[in-house]
Design a protein around this ligand. Structure first.
Ligand code: GTP
Ligand code: MG
Length: 199
């Protein structure tokens, strides 16, 4: 799929403020702070539209981008940033989970997982929560430029082992690197296939 236009639409503090165009497909990017969500959105759209930062906690709102005038990409705040106050963490739970549970046109959530580190409890809990709530998702192992091939296989296996306690089938995944430009075609192909389901 070719991306021919990218427009920032709005930043919302809650699902009530999100764009009213709920007849078009929507895909959200989520994951721990600093995992590379905003960078991936820029890579996929070949733009600098999403704000990125080496300081975790950059994205604080639900940001809607309209792609090719007929589907939304959504950049969400990260979870699990250690320095975030307890109140902020509760806000994340209420605000993001409310969006994920209630946004009617949300077709799939892309859950970014940092391939540089061992499986993290908050990633596993979040993935299990998506499963319990029957929210479709695809895992994206990000920053693969920072990890050796053998270690990539090893970390993905560890994730499989942590999930297989609860999952009958291993959830899908794609490996990406915004820096080395890996994974874009696979992600856009999945989005294209899902877009055609809404037509
Ligand atoms: P929050 O909005 O704070 O939750 O972070 P985020 O998940 O949107 O991360 P962001 O895209 O802002 O990137 C965080 C840092 O990781 C930045 O310094 C990026 O340059 C870096 N980064 C993002 N993607 C990659 C990647 O594929 N490879 C490498 N090496 N660094 C990356
Ligand atoms: Mg961000």
């Amino acid at each position: 799929m070719k991306i021919s236009s990218v427009e920032f639409i709005t930043s919302s503090k809650s699902i009530n403020e999100c764009p009213k165009r709920t007849q078009i497909p929507e895909y959200a990017f989520i994951g721990r702070s600093n995992v590379g969500k905003s960078s991936l959105i820029n890579f996929l759209t070949n733009s600098k539209i999403a704000k990125t930062s080496s300081t975790p906690g950059k994205t604080q709102l639900i940001n809607h981008y309209l792609i090719n005038k007929n589907w939304f990409l959504v950049d969400l705040p990260g979870y699990g940033y250690a320095k975030t106050s307890k109140k902020n963490r509760t806000d994340f739970d209420v605000f993001t989970k409310k969006y994920l549970l209630n946004r009617v046109n949300l077709l799939c959530v892309f859950v970014l997982i940092d391939i540089r580190v061992e499986p993290q409890k908050n990633d596993i809990l979040f993935i299990n929560w998506l499963g319990e709530n029957e929210i479709p998702f695809i895992r994206i192992f990000s920053k693969s430029d920072k990890q050796k091939k053998n270690n990539i296989d090893n970390i993905i296996k560890k994730h499989r082992d942590s999930l297989m306690e609860r999952w009958a089938k291993e959830p899908d995944y794609i490996i990406s690197s915004s820096k080395k430009k890996i994974g874009k075609e696979l992600i856009l192909e999945r989005i294209n296939n899902m877009n055609s389901l809404m037509k």
